[in-house]
Design a protein around this ligand. Sequence first.
Ligand SMILES: [Zn+2]
Length: 429
Amino acid sequence: MEEELRAMAEDLEEFKRISRESVHADLFAQLQRRVEKITSLAKSGPIRRSKVKDMSAEVVDSNPYSRLMALQRMGIVKDYERIRNFSIAIVGIGGVGSVAAEMLTRCGIGRLLLYDYDTVELANMNRLFFRPDQVGMTKTDAAVQTLSDINPDVVLESYSMNITTVKGFETFTKSLTCQNTHSSKHFIGVDLVLSCVDNYEARMVVNQACNEINLTWIESGVSEDAVSGHIQLLIPGETACFACVPPLVVASGVDEKTLKRDGVCAASLPTTMGVIAGLLVQNALKFLLKFGHVSPYLGYNALKDFFPTMSMKPNLQCSNNSCLDRQREYVSRKPERDAAAKAKEAEMLSEAVETALHLDNEWNISIVGDDDVESSNASSSTSGMLPDGLIHELPTADFHQKAPIAQDSGAFPDDLDELRKHLDALNAA
Ligand SMILES: [Zn+2]
């Protein structure tokens, strides 16, 4: 608004000069419009929408959830509204954590717990989310300020503290298990932890807490040169924990602090951080709402646009005792898991009745099953190689009608004399 006022003052000066010479009606009307606009801007405070009791699928411009609830109609998610029952803890509200928090807020998550000990600085402005007017605020408070404006339905909890201290760790583990009684909906504990911290020590603290509580978490990271990153799913006892496979620098015995050089700060790009935050929340949504495949490990190499994946089993000699406890529990629950898998298989067999994969829609967009795609691909295999799931809408090449091969007995003779006789016979005819 300041800039607008300055521009208007300049125009007024210009107006004073011109009006002495002649009355300039156009310029006057233009200025009048701008005065009205600035007055209305100054009068209007921040507009906050009221809370929404139930998520509705009604397609109206005023419904903040219509596009999300459409996921149900499209057959992607069975019951989207379940998202309101979940609590997610985000540790580290920096370039990745703040963006992840905004995504989850816009998706209508039930409750978000935000942990960070830092304050907003101007040096953070190359990343998304925080604004210059929030400089000096704690990151968690600034996040709560923005997120509550975006979606007042989300229960937000701000923990401005360092989880790596003894007291911090205690508060952290307690907050992950306790009950929230401040909202109309009672949340008990946390369903998923997202780690968006930038150092090994804090990751080990999250690992310790999650192994102790038996809580699934997704770890994320962006490299110091800003051009690669990763996410990793850690289910205590089932997948490798953070201590099972220590990062290379630690395995080689190098102190992490010596890796940081004075006066040299890590690079960061809003693009890489946005990509990692997107992958992180995408997998968090798939995990909670049970759709698609949750990646055990997904890397991102920005220079080559390469996304490596892999999975890691827990280490039987892990140095973390809680991890070993969880591993034993996981092994002991195998008969339970087998029975559940069998029951699910039987259920799927009984549901084998072919159902329509899509509803009628005005654009005539149709969704085909994987089998159909495969058979379509097979039928057009002559058209060249296409990635899985893509088919040609139009024929890929013009087919030349092949001339029918003469089938009569007068096939071309092999012998030259015979050929000559054949030609004479044709000419005589
Ligand atoms: Zn472990």
